[in-house]
Design a protein around this ligand. Structure first.
Ligand code: ACO
Length: 329
């Protein structure tokens, strides 16, 4: 048996930064950013933390499901930009929502992370280990963005999204997921772990410049673009073939919100109408593993996604990683 999505939630930081705001300290402009990416705004952390966003998104998802935290058996958080290594964000969410019976862990598959978390919870449900799981994508990318690099910083934003899954005899599940670590240098960030600490005498001095470079996201935009435009449609084709589904049977394709041109290119290559590829990146930019659940939550709350509809969620990003998952809502 698999799990069905019975509630969704999201949470965005209040601070909203426009393209014009960026042009105050960067040589860029609204027209260039919109034309190349479709992005108009992004929300960035001010006093909040990614952990707090995750807790609010989780509470909203539980409210939508009509459940309390006590009924949650498992929490998996996908993140690459939280404040904490210890305790894990999922343990902090557990505390925040009173899910005292839940098993908890975080994972990182970059922008494919929400799918990795969703698939993991489905696996635990299908093994009979749990009945109810909470899947969360939560990011604070603004803190690892290189704000002096106009070719990457214009893309990213912060946010969190969540979904509650409950065991259901009518639930269906199918997935494909891949990685190509050999191309991992296209998108890197070492953050700060281990750069200054270590066994006495084992750690080489790192200059401030080197530290700054290594602890902020570095991206080869064109390589990531080429990878995404090829692998996203290929991954969706692979999923449809594996699940013996026709393209027409899919009501919505919810793609990672990285760039409107990537999503439009994927729709074109798949030969599916662009109307089936909703986008909210104009408002939020690329929120990595939070982008798919934020979009899912918005569409559910707006009544666009209806019970029984077939969704394909498709993620891609750092690693490099990519995947696609079938959801009957
Ligand atoms: N404003 C104005 N000009 C700019 C800007 C900017 N913000 N950024 C770059 N330019 C300039 C460049 O300097 C260059 O000028 P030049 O021709 O004089 O040298 C010109 O614009 C073209 O630059 P390109 O880098 O070739 O622009 P491109 O069309 O490739 O667009 C972009 C860049 C938007 C980053 C694109 O490559 C892209 O979207 N790639 C995918 C990135 C992505 O989605 N990453 C995230 C996926 S993984 C994850 O989600 C974490």
């Amino acid at each position: 048996m698999f799990g069905k999505i019975i509630g969704t939630g999201s949470c965005l930081p209040k601070r909203r930064v426009s393209n014009n705001d960026l042009s105050e300290f960067l040589e860029t402009n609204d027209e260039w950013i919109r034309e190349r990416t479709g992005i108009g705004f992004r929300h960035v952390l001010e006093n909040e933390t990614p952990e707090e966003l995750a807790i609010v998104a989780a509470k909203n998802a539980l409210d939508a499901a009509g459940m309390s935290g006590e009924e949650v058996d498992m929490i998996v958080v996908s993140t690459l930009s939280s404040n904490h290594m210890l305790p894990s964000v999922s343990c902090l969410v557990q505390r925040g929502i009173g899910a005292e019976h839940a098993l908890c862990f975080d994972l990182n598959a970059a922008c494919t992370g929400f799918l990795a978390a969703y698939n993991t919870v489905q696996a635990y449900i299908s093994m009979g280990v749990i009945k109810t799981g909470l899947v969360i994508g939560a990011e604070g990318l603004s803190r690892i963005t290189e704000w002096a690099d106009r070719s990457s910083c214009i893309l990213f934003g912060d946010g969190a999204g969540a979904a509650v899954l409950r065991e259901d005899p009518s639930a269906q599940f199918g997935m494909i997921m891949h990685a190509d670590g050999a191309k991992g240098d296209a998108l890197t960030c070492e953050f700060s772990y281990g750069m200054e600490n270590g066994y006495p005498g084992t750690v080489a001095a790192v200059s401030e410049e080197e530290k700054r470079h290594r602890t902020r996201m570095q991206m080869n935009g064109q390589e990531v673009f080429r990878f995404a435009i090829r692998q996203v449609p290929a991954g969706i084709h692979e999923l449809l073939e594996k699940e013996q589904m026709e393209m027409d049977s899919v009501d919505w394709f919810l793609l990672h919100q990285a760039n409107a041109r990537i999503i439009e290119g994927a729709a074109k290559r798949l030969g599916a109408p662009i109307e089936k590829f909703p986008m909210n990146l104009e408002e939020y930019g690329n929120t990595s593993s939070a982008s798919i659940p934020i979009l899912l939550d918005e569409m559910v709350r707006e009544g666009k996604i209806q019970r029984g509809q077939c969704l394909v969620l498709a993620g891609f990003g750092g690693g490099l990683t990519w995947g696609a998952t079938k959801v009957i809502f």
